[in-house]
Design a binder for this molecule. Structure first.
Ligand code: ATP
Length: 317
C-alpha cells in the first residue's frame, strides 16, 4: 500500500460545493462526509440538490467551487472506478432490448470483471429469474435491483444510490433496508438518497438533511430524534390542577392537551413519576414523547421546501 493510500480518508468527503444553473443555486456550500461502516441517508425536499451532489461526486457534473473526494481522490483520477465506488443514479437508463444479465456483462467487461461476478451480483439482488429477460419489460422495482447489482459489480468500498426505493413494492423496500445495512456491516460507506424519510427509516444510521443546496442537519438518527423530541413528557391524570401544582413547584411547565392529558416540559419522566407519587396525585400514564423520523424531517425542512402546495387558507386569501 502506498503512503498516500494509507493516509487518505475512506468514504466520501464533500466540501463547500457550489453550483449554479443560470439563476438557480443548485448547490450552495454543500459539505458532508460519508463514513465507512455506516448507512448515511441523504434526504431533503425536491430540488434540495441531492442528485446534483451525487453527479458532482461521480464527475458527471463540474462544481463551480468546492471538492468531492472518494477515498481522498476525485472520481476522475480513480483507476478502475467501479472497484472504488458503485453507483446507481438513474434506474431507467437501460438498453430496453438487452437482457438484465447482458447489461451487467457489458458493464463488467468494460472494467475487466468476469461473468461469474455478474451472476453473483444478480443472485445478491434477488433477480435470477428475470436476469435473462429483456430489461425493457422490467418494472421500476426490478430496474432498481438491476441498477444496484451494477453498483456492486466491482465489490467497491463506497456505494452511492440515488432514490433506490423509488418504485419498489413493500417487500422490496424491506429487502433493500436490510441489504443496505448488510453492505455497511461489511465496512462499506453507503450513501442513499430519498425525498421520503419513511423510506430510509430503519436503514440509515446517520442522516444528512439537505435543503436549498446545503446541509441543514448532519447527525446520527438517534440524536436527531432526541433533539426534535425535546424533553416533553405526556401525562394522563384525572387530577390535572393538582398535578400542575406539584410539577410546577419543581420547575416544570405543563400544557393541558385534553380532558385528562397534559404535556409536561422541564422534568424527565422518572422524576415526574416520583413527584406525583410523593404528592399522592393519581395518574395512569407518564411517557416520554418520542418524535418519529417524519417529525424530524418536517421540523428541519420547514423553511427549505422549494415547492409547497398552497394550503386551503392561502388559496382563499
Ligand atoms: N441540468 C439542470 N439544469 C437546470 N437546473 C437544474 C439542473 N439540474 C438540477 N437543476 C436544479 O438544481 C436544483 C437542485 O436539483 P437536484 O435534482 O439536485 O435536487 P434533488 O434534491 O435531487 O431533487 P429531487 O428529489 O427532485 O431529485 C433544482 O432547483 C433543479 O431544478
Amino acid at each position: 500500500m502506498t503512503p498516500f493510500a494509507a493516509t487518505s480518508p475512506a468514504g466520501i468527503v464533500v466540501a463547500g460545493l457550489r453550483k449554479r444553473y443560470g439563476a438557480t443555486a443548485a448547490l450552495d456550500g454543500m459539505s458532508f462526509t460519508v463514513r465507512p461502516g455506516v448507512v448515511t441517508g441523504f434526504v431533503g425536499p425536491n430540488g434540495a440538490g441531492k442528485s446534483t451532489t451525487m453527479r458532482v461526486i461521480l464527475g458527471l457534473d463540474a462544481a463551480d467551487e468546492g471538492t468531492a473526494l472518494i477515498a481522498g481522490q476525485p472520481y476522475r483520477s480513480l483507476r478502475r472506478p467501479l472497484s472504488h465506488v458503485g453507483s446507481l443514479l438513474d434506474a431507467a437508463a437501460l438498453h430496453p432490448t438487452r437482457s438484465g444479465r447482458n447489461h451487467l456483462l457489458w458493464l463488467a467487461h468494460s472494467q475487466g470483471l468476469t461473468a461469474r461476478r455478474v451472476d453473483q451480483v444478480i443472485e445478491q439482488v434477488g433477480l435470477p429469474s428475470a436476469a435473462r429477460r429483456k430489461a425493457g419489460g422490467y418494472s421500476l422495482g426490478m430496474r432498481q435491483r438491476l441498477g444496484i447489482a451494477g453498483a456492486l459489480l466491482g465489490d467497491p468500498p463506497v456505494i452511492m444510490l440515488d432514490e433506490p426505493f423509488n418504485g419498489m413494492d413493500p417487500d422490496g423496500i424491506i429487502w433493500l433496508r436490510g441489504f443496505l445495512r448488510s453492505l455497511a456491516a461489511e465496512g462499506r460507506a453507503v450513501l442513499v438518497s430519498s425525498h421520503l424519510m419513511s423510506e430510509v427509516q430503519d436503514a440509515a444510521d446517520h442522516l444528512v438533511v439537505a435543503g436549498r443546496g446545503k446541509v441543514i442537519a448532519d447527525a446520527a438518527v438517534t440524536d436527531l430524534i432526541a433533539a426534535v423530541s425535546g424533553d416533553r413528557v405526556a401525562l394522563r391524570t384525572t387530577a390535572g390542577t393538582q398535578a400542575l401544582e406539584v410539577l410546577g413547584a419543581a420547575g416544570a411547565t405543563g400544557v393541558i392537551t385534553g380532558p385528562d392529558t397534559i404535556n409536561v416540559s422541564g422534568l424527565p419522566a422518572d422524576r415526574i413519576v416520583r413527584l406525583l407519587s410523593a404528592g399522592a396525585v393519581p395518574f395512569s400514564e407518564v411517557s416520554a414523547h418520542r418524535a418519529s423520523l417524519e417529525d424530524v424531517y418536517l421540523e428541519l425542512t420547514r423553511d427549505a421546501v422549494e415547492y409547497r402546495a398552497a394550503t386551503p387558507t392561502e388559496v382563499r386569501r
